[in-house]
Design a protein around this ligand. Structure first.
Ligand code: GDP
Ligand code: MN
Length: 407
């Protein structure tokens, strides 16, 4: 799960990381009021969307009066910001963050990630902050400093000091820099983050060290034990299809293709997508309905897959181990009797009670295309798409929550 910059800053501040004074606003009036609260003569109005690269996309505006703050916020609200990271669809700005401006002497980079190869938390820093980490490693690879943290003891002060010295930080600023690095590590560890990025971490001309931008990503599987983090979720920033799936306990990732997939098990779901691609088709989604595919879950899965207007055929691929094919077949029949679908449906069942499952589907009288193997299923789904008349998109409602206010 991702959170907004202002939320990450608030969390990090709780771990001793210095951040500029700032306040959140939901309207231009509120933004101007925040500027007055903060004081000073320079402010930065920042679009709060779940993406980096906002600066280059016009989402970070430096202002010199309360009127300018008002105008900047007015311009950003409701605007769909397209950055290098959002894709063409962009993300709509519903919140802005107003910060007191700081005069920057140096921009540094500080990132903490879970390094899968090392199986450790890795701290990455660079004296070439401000640009994205990909650009730093391409253009300034020699500026990169890496430090692997031993999980049994956590990050040690000497490691943070070493990083500070390698970044060329002035001796009198090493202590605050160490506080920032250690604080970021504690936040990472204690909040079950998978990523903390402060870019830029700035040294000001007055000799302070501040996190000017902050990004945090969290382990979804740990959110149940971090309610304070879980409540920071902002659904307006997520793919509405994925949000609906997560709310229903299904594991769903929306893709660009037109063959909707309903599969049990993540591995089988991946294999199904591969086989569709192999058969020259394109999956519309990844969907793992989990081990216990009850009729209710199957019905939810159908509704979710069909809510994607690009879906021109559905492929159900179930391997029943602990589960039973006859139960899944009942689920499919019940789901379709309640909510009939208007695209071809290919079903492949294998495993426990497969004969019974196939009999239930056959006797239902539903127009189901049967397949015995995964390859056959993929092949038939691709053929069904190329034969099917393309009527759906004309009838389909506009994409859900595209312009809507967050719920
Ligand atoms: P991002 O583009 O989404 O990563 O947003 P950032 O928060 O990193 O802002 C982009 C850039 O705006 C930073 O690298 C800074 O150069 C600049 N910026 C942000 N806040 C301030 C500020 O308070 N003062 C000045 N002078 N520049 C700022
Ligand atoms: Mn940034």
């Amino acid at each position: 799960m991702d959170i907004h910059e202002y939320q990450a800053k608030e969390l990090l501040a709780g771990f001793g990381v210095e951040v500029p004074r700032g306040g959140l606003a939901y309207s231009p009036e509120q933004a101007a009021y925040r500027a007055r609260e903060i004081g000073g003569s320079t402010w930065v109005v920042k679009a709060q969307i779940h993406s980096g690269g906002r600066g280059k996309a016009g989402g970070v505006i430096v202002c010199h009066s309360e009127n300018e703050v008002y105008d900047a916020a007015d311009k950003l609200f409701g605007h769909r910001l397209v950055t290098e990271q959002t894709g063409a669809a962009g993300k709509v700005v519903y919140r802005v963050y107003v910060e007191g401006g700081v005069s920057i002497a140096r921009e540094l980079y500080l990132g903490l990630v879970l390094d899968r190869k090392e199986e450790r938390v890795m701290v990455v820093a660079s004296s070439a902050g401000g640009m994205e980490i990909e650009e730093i490693s391409a253009n300034e690879p020699d500026s990169l400093v890496r430090c692997v943290v031993e999980p049994a003891v956590g990050m040690q002060a000497f490691q943070a000091r070493q990083i500070a010295f390698q970044l060329g930080i002035d001796p009198q600023l090493v202590n605050p820099a160490v506080e920032t690095i250690l604080g970021s590590y504690r936040a990472f560890e204690q909040l079950d983050a998978t990523m903390v990025e402060i870019n830029p971490l700035v040294v000001t001309t007055e000799g302070g060290i501040f996190a000017l931008d902050a990004k945090m990503t969290f382990d979804d599987n740990a959110l149940f034990r971090r309610p304070d983090v879980a409540e920071l979720r902002d659904k307006s920033q997520e793919d509405p299809r994925e949000t609906r799936a997560a709310d229903r306990g299904l594991s769903y990732v929306g893709l660009e293709g037109n063959i909707g997939c309903i599969v049990n098990g993540a591995g089988l779901a991946m294999a199904t997508m591969d086989m569709i691609t192999q058969a020259d088709g394109q999956p519309a989604n990844f969907l793992d309905i989990g081990g216990g595919a009850t009729p209710e879950r199957v019905a939810k899965a159908f509704r979710l897959v069909m809510s994607d207007e690009n879906v021109d055929a559905v492929l159900v691929n179930i391997f029943a181990g602990i589960n039973r094919c006859d139960w899944v077949a009942e689920g499919v029949v019940q789901a379709l009797e309640r909510d009939p679908i208007d695209v071809p449906l290919v079903v492949r069942l294998a495993g426990t009670h497969v004969e019974e499952g196939r009999r239930i589907l056959a006797e239902s009288g539903l127009p189901i295309i049967h397949a015995k193997t995964l390859a056959e299923a993929a092949d038939r789904a691709v053929k069904a798409v190329s034969n099917a008349p393309k009527v759906r998109k004309r009838n389909a409602p506009a994409k859900v929550a595209d312009e809507g206010v967050p719920s």
